[in-house]
Design a protein around this ligand. Structure first.
Ligand SMILES: Cc1cc2nc3c(=O)[nH]c(=O)nc-3n(C[C@H](O)[C@H](O)[C@H](O)COP(=O)(O)OP(=O)(O)OC[C@H]3O[C@@H](n4cnc5c(N)ncnc54)[C@H](O)[C@@H]3O)c2cc1C
Length: 385
């Protein structure tokens, strides 16, 4: 994919397009939807305020099996078979039953984009400002489509309900720096010296380290502890990236719109792992859109089925959120240190991590439609759906 800079000023000419599916947001969730619509025959328009892959939105760590399942290994930076957990009283090495990898954000986005049907899928830079019915307002004009996806992240821009505002909302906050450097271990710290409720991390990614702090409590600031952690690791605090992270599942459909990834609260509580879930729910959403594009189902059918699919995960998300609250309460007690030592036993670790992976398993990728299926009929106009 050519590296282009985001269009600015006069380059942002008025945008007018007819499309069957309008995907707002071109990060993990939006690109997964576009990829999974390949072969559906749908005209897909993907929009984002930045060029694809231009702004990294996370530390980019994921179970390696998800990279393989989506054929994204080309973006892999480094792979880890264990997690090193530090508490004030111990350092435990957890042998994972599967590996975890860091990846290059720009490269991964480019590889995912290449999996979309590039004859029928277009990308434009545009900033979304709101929505009325099936018309999305952007800084380059209004766009209408019968099928609209909000993959715009935690702000849930296409919702017309009360705006989600930190620090009161159910959001965690995360910040990291990306200094040049190298490391062998995937490291976590649960230590109130860095954060009262949450964790700190260092993720090596070939020639840089992604070092940061996440707080489960939105009112607690993370910049000073991030700088301090970098200092403790003898690293310069440079290359900041951070964001709010929803830690509670939200409605995945609202007022005729599909919400995927952070906009639907699909990031997992406790671990703040939201990339594979953005992929998982993005694939699930696209699979519900395909029968609508075929004329075999209505938009309302797809909304009901996708909403129900997301809701099915509520119990697991609630369980993780309760664990997040417990870890917050237990930090910095010795009970947490005992737990850290407990999971150093390979059987306990395998049991916990296999259950955790099963919340959004990589096998889900293979359950989808095969690529390059013959083109299908166009979706009916909004009025007819
Ligand atoms: C510091 C930090 C580290 C993290 N590390 C990890 C990690 O290692 N592993 C992991 O699994 N998860 C991690 N997460 C969580 C993960 O980043 C998110 O859950 C994930 O990015 C959600 O993907 P998404 O596609 O839903 O949203 P996003 O990745 O946030 O993408 C939203 C897209 O919408 C665009 N957009 C937003 N508003 C507008 C607008 N108004 N108009 C047009 N475009 C807009 C943005 O430019 C962006 O491209 C981390 C989060 C933080 C904050």
């Amino acid at each position: 994919m050519p590296v282009r800079a985001t269009k600015r000023g006069a380059q942002r000419t008025p945008l007018q397009r007819d499309c069957d599916v309008l995907v707002c947001g071109a990060s993990f969730a939006g690109l997964a939807v576009a990829r999974e619509l390949s072969g559906s025959g749908a005209r897909v328009l993907v929009i984002d305020r930045y060029e694809i892959g231009e702004r990294q939105t996370s530390a980019c760590g994921i179970p390696t099996s998800w990279l393989d399942a989506l054929d994204l290994r080309g973006a892999l930076c480094q792979t880890f078979g264990e997690l090193v957990l530090h508490t004030p009283w111990t350092t435990a090495r957890w042998q994972l039953p599967w590996t975890f990898s860091t990846f290059d954000y720009r490269e991964l986005c480019a590889l995912l984009w290449d999996q979309a049907d590039l004859e029928l899928t277009e990308f434009e830079t545009a900033t979304v400002t709101g929505r009325d019915g099936h018309t999305v307002h952007t800084d380059r004009g209004d766009l209408s489509a019968p099928l609209i996806i909000d993959a715009l992240g935690w702000r849930r821009v296409l919702s017309n309900n009360k705006a989600i505002q930190p620090p009161e909302a159910r959001l965690s906050r995360g910040l990291e720096v990306h200094p040049p450097g190298a490391g062998e271990d995937l490291e976590l710290w649960i230590d109130k010296r860095y954060v009262r409720a949450g964790y700190a991390w260092s993720f090596p990614a070939t020639d840089e380290l992604r070092v940061g702090v996440g707080s489960f409590w939105p009112s607690h600031h993370v910049k000073e502890p991030t700088v301090r952690l970098a200092g403790d690791l003898n690293l310069p605090a440079e290359g900041y990236q951070g964001n709010w992270i929803p830690h509670q599942l939200r409605a995945a459909v609202e007022d005729g719109v599909f919400f995927v990834g952070d906009s639907a609260g699909h990031c997992l509580p406790l671990t703040a792992e939201g990339i594979r879930t953005a992929f998982y729910f993005g694939l699930a959403c696209a699979r519900e859109l395909r029968p609508v594009l075929d004329g075999r189902a209505t938009r309302e059918d797809a909304l009901a089925r996708y909403g129900a699919f997301s809701d099915l995960h509520e119990r697991k998300y609630r369980w993780l959120l309760n664990t997040q609250h417990a870890v917050g309460r237990l930090t910095p007690s010795r009970a947490l240190t005992m737990m850290a030592r407990g999971f150093a036993r390979p059987r306990a670790c395998a049991w916990a991590f296999n259950h955790y992976l099963a919340i959004a398993p990589p096998s889900f990728v293979g359950d989808g439609p095969s690529k390059n299926r013959p083109a299908r009929a166009r979706v009916p106009s909004p009025a007819a759906v």
